[in-house]
Design a protein around this ligand. Structure first.
Ligand SMILES: [Mn+2]
Length: 413
């Protein structure tokens, strides 16, 4: 992504604020795993969306007044000893090249600067990016800052930036779509590697190894999110991460995987027979999925309420299952359809956007995910693609990843 993208995101965010507002965004810090080992560090996505950089312990401060806004990035200072162990820290000129931020200060001065700004009389409210989940254990930097401000500046109103960020992230820009298209190509390589190596007796971890290997060959060193790769009965666990099961002759192998490229994700699912040939029952259910998916792609366009997407998937898929003689009454559809499938994709797999009551608009990207689970027959799979809404319809971004019985059998044999 070009630095103009990140600068544009900051402009768009600050546009929504009134003069007298101060906004703080934190990249976050690594979380300790054990002893002197941390979990893999993952920068806060809203921070990345605004800056394009992922360095830990960094703070973006933006202040709006009547004439516009000014910004400062508080970064870690150079530290030769630390950098010898953990690698070099980004220098201001390197950060400017990715973010177009040109005003810097060292992190150790942040509290002092914050105090100066908050006591200047210019600030009427502070925006923090607060995104808590129920039962959350780890306290984010924004959470800590909220507690600090409530303690030290109890009369200072605090607002949440998250609703604005969710609105901005909802509509994808052309450069985001290009990154997603590249991510789709690599996702395809990963899924094809699993399909073409597939054979009865293969373990789920061997499929996963094929996927990870194919990604690494394209410079993607980590799957976009924890890969779901399951076989046979394990397909009935929707978020399965066991990897120890074995695909036996006649089993379906199911993947639900993604790739992150330039911060944009994919989220694609396919289910194929490990022996390369769908049985008649597998084919019957697969056709119901496929027809439902095609139906959705034919009807999705700007103007439709988002909540109708899942409802229509359910209704249409029921019709297919009824015609196939699998499900007689709509009341029983829950026996075979266990989940909806219209979550947005972007900087996150389950993208943090406000879409609950949204009307479908050009630039949205969401999953069309049709899952059918027939426990009695031992067949469970889903067909999940990524749909970009265009001016007059939509485009299936993952259409080149084999998605019909014929295409899947052709690549496997
Ligand atoms: Mn998925």
């Amino acid at each position: 992504m070009k630095p103009q993208f990140y600068k544009g995101n900051r402009d768009a965010f600050m546009e929504k604020l009134e003069p007298g507002s101060l906004a703080l965004f934190f990249s976050g810090s690594p979380v300790r795993k054990t002893a002197d080992e941390d979990y893999g560090y993952f920068a806060n996505r809203n921070f990345v969306y605004l800056t394009g950089m992922e360095q830990k312990d960094t703070v973006l401060m933006m202040e709006k007044d009547a004439s516009g806004y000014r910004e400062t990035l508080f970064i870690l200072p150079p530290n030769l000893i630390e950098e010898r162990w953990t690698g070099s820290r980004m220098k201001p000129e390197e950060i400017e090249a990715v973010s177009m931020i040109s005003s810097f200060a060292y992190k150790e001065t942040f509290e002092e600067e914050l105090k100066k700004v908050l006591t200047s009389g210019r600030i009427q409210k502070v925006y923090l990016d607060i995104d808590r989940m129920e039962g959350q254990v780890v306290v984010s930097a924004a959470d800590s800052m909220e507690a600090f401000l409530k303690q030290e500046y109890p009369s200072m109103p605090i607002e949440n930036s998250l609703p604005i960020m969710k609105m901005l992230r909802l509509i994808k820009k052309p450069c985001e779509i290009r990154a997603m298209e590249k991510a789709q190509e690599i996702t395809k390589a990963g899924i094809l590697a699993m399909m073409t190596h597939s054979k009865p007796g293969m373990y789920e971890y061997q499929y996963k190894a094929e996927y990870d290997y194919a990604l690494a060959q394209h410079g993607v060193l980590e799957a976009g999110f924890p890969s779901i790769i399951s076989a046979g009965k394990n397909n009935f666990c929707i978020h399965y991460y066991g990897y120890r099961g074995q695909a036996m002759d006649g089993d379906i192998v199911l993947n639900d995987v993604g790739v992150r490229w330039d911060n944009e994700l994919t989220d694609v699912s396919r289910g194929w027979p490990c022996n390369g040939k769908y049985s008649s029952r597998q084919k019957l259910l697969f056709e119901c999925q496929y027809k439902t998916s095609e139906h959705m792609f034919s009807m999705l366009k700007p103007g439709i309420p988002m909540k109708e997407v899942d409802a229509e998937i359910r209704r249409y898929c029921f019709e297919q299952l009824k015609e196939a003689g699998v499900c007689k009454s709509f009341d029983d559809i829950g026996t075979y359809m266990w989940h909806g499938g219209a979550h947005h994709v972007g900087f996150d797999t389950h993208d943090v956007v406000s879409a609950r009551d949204a009307i479908i608009q050009p630039g949205m990207v969401f999953c069309v995910d049709i899952g059918i689970y027939h426990e009695e027959w031992g067949i469970g799979f889903r067909l999940e693609d990524n749909c970009l809404i265009t001016e007059d319809g939509c485009r299936n971004l993952s259409k080149d990843i084999p998605r019909t019985v014929e295409d899947i059998e052709a690549v496997m044999n």
